[in-house]
Each structure stands twice: as C-alpha cells, then as structure tokens.
Design a protein around this ligand. Structure first.
Ligand code: SF4
Ligand code: SF4
Length: 194
C-alpha cells in the first residue's frame, strides 16, 4: 500500500466511509516497522509492544516496535486486529497522524472519500468523532518527550539495527515510571522474533 499524507489544512472536505472490504492494509507492515511515541503513550503501549529508543534525524525518539520483519504487525491476523480494543494510540487515530505542529491525513486509506460516509475533516477542522486527546498540543508533548530522552542518552545501549536505524535499550541508573514501562515491555522482544 502506498501512503499519501496531506495536511488537514490543505483539504476542502473529506469523509470516512467504513473499513468493510478493506484488507486492513494500514497494518500490513508496508508502512512501518516502528513508529514514534510520546510519553503519554507508554502506558497503553507497554503491555503489547516493546518500547525502544532510536536516533532519527539527530533526535532521540521513543519507538513502538511493531515487528522485526516485513510481515506486518504481530497482532494483524486474518485481516483483523487481535487487540482492537487495546490497540495503540497511533492505531486509534489512523488515518490521522500528528506531525510537529501539523496534523496529516493518509488519503490512501480506503475509507477516506471526498463524499458519502461520515464527515471526517475540512480545512484544518477534524470531526469530534475522530478527534483524540493524543492530537491535543502534540508538538509540546513531543518536545517534552525529547527533553526527557535527552536526560537518558548516556544510558542507552544498542540492541540492534532495523530498517537502517539502530535501536537502543536503557541500562543507566535512572528509574522512573516511564523506564519501568520500557523495561517491562522488553519482555516482548523475543515474541517478535518467534
Ligand atoms: S482504516 Fe482505512 S486502511 Fe485501515 S482498515 Fe480501515 S479502511 Fe482500511
Ligand atoms: S495493533 Fe492492531 S490496529 Fe495497530 S497495527 Fe497492529 S493490528 Fe493494526
């Protein structure tokens, strides 16, 4: 699936039909092996996915590791999400995606239309049924996450490379609830190689 992201400020009007008949291609692994997290995501993500760290464009990021292969997310089974009610925040808000101060929409999602279905977004405004708290003040939360990661960088130790990015775990002396969730989530790493 080729993805085409457009700023919601640049669209006249979009609607959302439904996922019926779609092969769940948003989760098929052609888009990502990992995706950035903000601190508020850790609690929802850590029971299901490894949380690791990586430096992308010279900035430390916390990352959700969806898979280690090209096979797509490990919970994508027979065209369904096995953890649908507990899926990570980035999955909940798809086809929306915050990007610095902007919010992008993936117009390649099969449910996104210019007419028919439910109102989705128009000229920078998102329908309340698709709005999610993760989108609120995202850039401030992203910067806070980066500030936090910067305080940890001396404790990062390489885990391996995937998709051209070196992934790290933390093994320094810090200890706080976010690090506890990171440690806890690493128990899931072997399952990604199974
Ligand atoms: S959100 Fe879009 S791409 Fe994902 S399953 Fe629904 S229609 Fe398909
Ligand atoms: S957790 Fe569910 S919705 Fe998210 S990528 Fe995996 S299968 Fe798709």
């Amino acid at each position: 699936m080729q993805h085409t992201y457009v700023s919601i400020t640049k669209i006249d009007q979009l609607t959302f039909s439904n996922c019926e008949g779609c092969s769940f291609s948003c989760c098929d692994g052609s888009r990502f092996l990992f995706a950035p997290l903000i601190l508020e995501d850790f609690e929802e993500v850590s029971p299901y996915f490894p949380i690791v760290f990586g430096k992308i464009n010279e900035e430390w990021r916390a990352l959700i590791l969806y898979t280690l292969s090209s096979g797509g997310c490990r919970y994508h089974k027979e065209g369904k999400c096995e953890i649908y009610d507990s899926r990570p925040p980035a999955c909940r808000i798809y086809p929306l995606s915050p990007y610095y101060e902007d919010i992008l929409v993936d117009t390649s999602c099969h449910a996104i239309r210019t007419e028919g279905g439910e109102f989705f977004a128009s000229k920078g405004k998102i329908s309340s049924s698709f709005y999610h708290k993760r989108l609120e003040g995202f850039e401030t939360k992203r910067q806070a996450t980066q500030g936090y990661l910067k305080t940890l960088e001396e404790g990062f130790k390489p885990l391996g490379e995937i998709g051209g990015v070196t992934l790290f775990r933390y093994s320094g002396e810090g200890d706080d609830p976010y690090l506890q969730m990171h440690y806890d989530s690493l128990r899931l790493l072997p399952e990604l190689t199974a």
